[in-house]
Design a protein around this ligand. Structure first.
Ligand SMILES: [Zn+2]
Length: 297
């Protein structure tokens, strides 16, 4: 009997030690990541916002940290797969956990989604074996690669952002093309989340589409696409170009494509077919087709 008791005690102790190891916060802050990520998915779901693309990302791939950012609600650093959220987005501004999303401004939530799309694209490009991705993500990856080879590689830029009719041509590095695609798509995702939250500002979270909401949304999308609000940008790799301008804005001709808008609304933002189709039509009708088409790589 005492022998058995010893074994039981030893096993209990072992379990205790393993438990401590398992639940001890890791020095690199990854416990913040896992908790924040799970909490984010739970909260965005409760607000009726899209989460499927977030579930694709392995939380171990992205590090989430809260920091005292000066201007932005969030930043994403692809070189270290790191998402930094402004301290003001943390519970009690303490940097330990995410604050309740229904207490954030629509602007902050949309910026958060902008960065989440960066995290998603980083993951499907660099964090996962493409074969292991869900079919939807494989499709997003394929379209992204196709558009980087062509639409976002040999581009027109606007040296002066406000003068959209004055353009210059650039053949971008692969990294810069990736950045333009990333920013263009993230800007659109942020715009879509902000617009929907504003359209449903009376309720708690996002509700179903109605005819008047859809009509209003189509008009807003047409306006955004013609005003330049959906245009992407990049920070040039080339040091000489970088001396001239830290940021280069893409001309409307190389803006969001109807195919890109449909893809994001369907596979990332989980919108119904009607909305996906409508977006394709609106972007097509309002895109700049005046310039001569540039050849592909
Ligand atoms: Zn961005």
């Amino acid at each position: 009997m005492p022998g058995t008791l010893k074994w039981i005690l030893a096993l209990l102790l072992l379990g205790l030690v393993l438990g401590v190891i398992r639940f001890a916060p890791r020095a690199d802050g990854s416990d913040v990541t896992v908790n924040t990520w799970a909490n984010l998915i739970e909260q965005t779901e409760a607000l009726g916002l899209p989460t499927r693309f977030l579930k694709e990302i392995d939380p171990d791939f992205v590090t989430v940290a809260f920091e005292d950012l000066r201007t932005y609600a969030a930043e994403y650093h692809p070189e270290e797969h790191r998402m930094i959220l402004n301290l003001r987005l943390s519970f009690n501004k303490a940097g330990g956990a995410l604050m309740d999303l229904d207490r954030m401004t629509h602007h902050d939530i949309s910026l958060l989604y902008h960065e989440l799309l960066h995290a998603y694209l980083d993951y499907i490009f660099h964090g996962s074996d493409p074969v292991a991705l869900r079919p939807q993500s494989r499709q997003v990856l394929a379209v992204a690669q196709e558009q980087m080879r062509c639409h976002y590689r040999f581009v027109r830029i606007t040296p002066i952002r406000q003068r959209r009719e004055t353009t210059e041509m650039r053949f971008l590095s692969k990294d810069d093309a990736w950045e333009v695609l990333n920013e263009t798509w993230a800007v659109f995702v942020g715009w879509q989340i902000w617009t929907k939250l504003e359209q449903h500002r009376e309720g708690k979270g996002v509700g179903p589409w109605t005819e008047p909401l859809l009509d209003e949304w189509k008009a807003l999308l047409a306006k955004a696409n013609t005003s330049g609000a959906l245009l992407g940008y990049y920070e040039p790799d080339d040091p000489e170009e970088r001396q001239v301008a830290r940021k280069r804005f893409i001309a409307p001709y190389n803006g969001l494509t109807p195919k890109g808008a449909r893809l994001l609304l369907d596979l990332v933002l989980e919108e119904p077919d009607e909305v996906v189709k409508a977006a394709g039509t609106v972007i097509k009708d309002t895109q700049d087709v005046t310039a001569e088409q540039l050849p592909c790589e």
